[in-house]
Design a protein around this ligand. Structure first.
Ligand SMILES: [Zn+2]
Length: 484
């Protein structure tokens, strides 16, 4: 179970140096590891189980929404990228190319996203209004040749994700469903991962290359940086026009359909670790943890007593099998060592059982999130475990939500904006909507960007306000922050 690298816990405090803390937490908790090629990652079983929890939750929701899974090739002919000019320009610097070529065949790209290769097929599959809506998703990997510093889960050259690509007869239906997929992402973040998010629209300069509008869920991490956690793009009719996708409408005329694309990636695991982790390691929300309980028998010198302890621990493991408990029977390491290990791994609950507990028909229940310990009669254990897991889930969400709400600073003037940035806040400020003005904010602050215009109308309204930077009339209020 324990690696050599794991013999010491995390050696920095999260509050002192979150970047270093994050790197240690990921590796020491055996979530992921560095790969031989820079910018790539190895997702270990503990990390992959977290990804599977996201997949299972989201896959069910998108199937309920009428989306079917499919798979398209990893390699995309270069000419496909030429078809949609804005998209090609936006992705060109990040595309990795295959050096190997068969004779006269054109150059091939490793997919940085699959719009082009999927829409080539769509142009042949869609004939009439009866073929619409077409809703397809694929779970796959993506390569984007990042030049910036890479960081496991947050910015890697290869990552896992799902990408949904749907086609509709009408703009209204397309827009509605683009927002519905964003809502599903909110549910993954908040209901499964206990990470609260802000739903919003990207400003024009942050919109996905080739899209009409981009919607996002943004999280805010404990070190005062925003994290884009999922995006849903209303593509309009641009791709359909470029790829020659059309359909015979009910009136008998050929019409151009509307499209959306939406994606959520392994980046979510970075949000999870940063949001809930503490100085002891990961804290995994019960809804996401595959193994929700660790049962640790505490051994003494007398073998007879240990046999009784172990027998009881095994009975308890059977009784709690619904929670896929880890029964830690090892006797070559101390109980304290095991406690530390389960804390590092973020297992939501720990049950400690010693010889005295056997006599008194009880055990100690320990919460990973608060460290709270409680003696629980064995007869009540099943109910108590269920109740406590629910309590952990809502405590984690509540704590993260309070942090998000308390991080927001409203700034109406530039000096207030700068002061809020100095305090690493999530800044809500009126803006003129001009791309050059937005760029000036980024340059002058060396990195603060517009995260999103909140979908909450009350928060986005800028009636009577002036732009925080240039003083022109404001078009909306947006959230600004430094970001991952
Ligand atoms: Zn302005």
């Amino acid at each position: 179970m324990a690696d050599k690298q794991n013999t010491k816990g995390i050696t920095v405090r999260k509050a002192d140096d979150m970047a270093e803390w994050y790197g240690q937490a990921v590796v020491k908790a055996e979530v992921a590891d560095y790969a031989p090629v820079r910018g790539f990652m190895i997702i270990r079983p503990r990390g992959y189980a977290l990804w599977e929890a996201i997949q299972a939750f989201l896959d069910r929701l998108i199937k309920e929404a009428g989306v079917e899974n499919a798979y398209f090739p990893l390699l995309i002919p270069e000419s496909f990228f030429q078809k949609e000019a804005t998209h090609a320009k936006g992705f060109r610097p990040e595309v990795a190319w295959i050096a190997q070529q068969d004779g006269e065949q054109e150059r091939l790209a490793i997919r940085p996203t699959s719009e082009t290769i999927m829409y080539d097929s769509y142009s042949r599959w869609i004939r009439s209004w009866r073929d619409l809506p077409l809703r397809i998703n694929q779970w796959c990997n993506i390569v984007r040749w990042e030049v910036k510093d890479t960081k496991i889960f947050l910015r890697t050259r290869e990552f896992l994700w799902q990408e949904g690509h749907c086609v509709y007869a009408t703009e209204k239906e397309c827009e509605q469903e683009t927002l519905h997929y964003l809502e599903l992402y909110r549910r993954v973040a908040e209901e499964l991962m206990a990470v609260p998010v802000i739903m919003g629209k990207k400003t024009a300069s942050e919109t996905f290359a080739g899209a009409a509008r981009s919607y996002t869920i943004e999280g805010f991490m404990p070190d005062g940086k925003a994290l884009q956690m999922g995006t849903s793009h209303m593509l309009g009719q641009g791709f359909a026009t470029s790829f020659g996708i059309s359909f015979l409408g009910t009136s008998g005329e050929h019409e151009t359909p509307w499209q959306n694309s939406w994606g959520m990636s392994t980046r979510m695991l970075g949000a999870l670790i940063m949001s809930h982790g503490d100085d002891k390691g990961l804290v995994v929300p019960p809804a996401m943890a595959r193994r929700k309980v660790a049962i640790v028998p505490v051994f003494v010198k007398e073998q007879e007593k240990n046999d009784a302890t172990l027998a009881l621990a095994r009975d308890l493991a059977k009784e709690l099998k619904h929670y896929e408990p880890v029964l830690d029977e090892r006797d070559e390491v101390s109980a304290g060592w095991k406690f530390n290990e389960h804390e590092l791994a973020g297992t939501p609950l720990r049950i400690e059982i010693g010889p005295r507990d056997v006599e008194q028909r009880q055990a100690v229940l320990v919460r990973r999130d608060t460290g709270e310990k409680r003696m629980v009669p064995l007869a009540d254990m099943r109910d108590e475990v269920r109740r406590t897991l629910d309590a952990i889930q809502s405590t984690l969400y509540g704590k993260a939500k309070r942090f998000l709400d308390e991080s927001v600073r409203e700034a109406l003037a530039w000096d207030a904006f700068l002061a809020a940035d100095k305090e690493h806040r999530l800044i809500l400020a009126p803006h003129c909507g001009d791309a050059a003005c937005e760029e000036a904010i980024k340059e002058e602050t060396k990195g603060v960007t517009a995260r999103c215009i909140p979908l909450d109308r009350e928060k986005s309204s800028a009636a009577g306000m002036k732009c925080v930077r240039c003083g022109k009339e404001a078009r909306y209020r947006a959230y600004f922050a430094r970001a991952y």
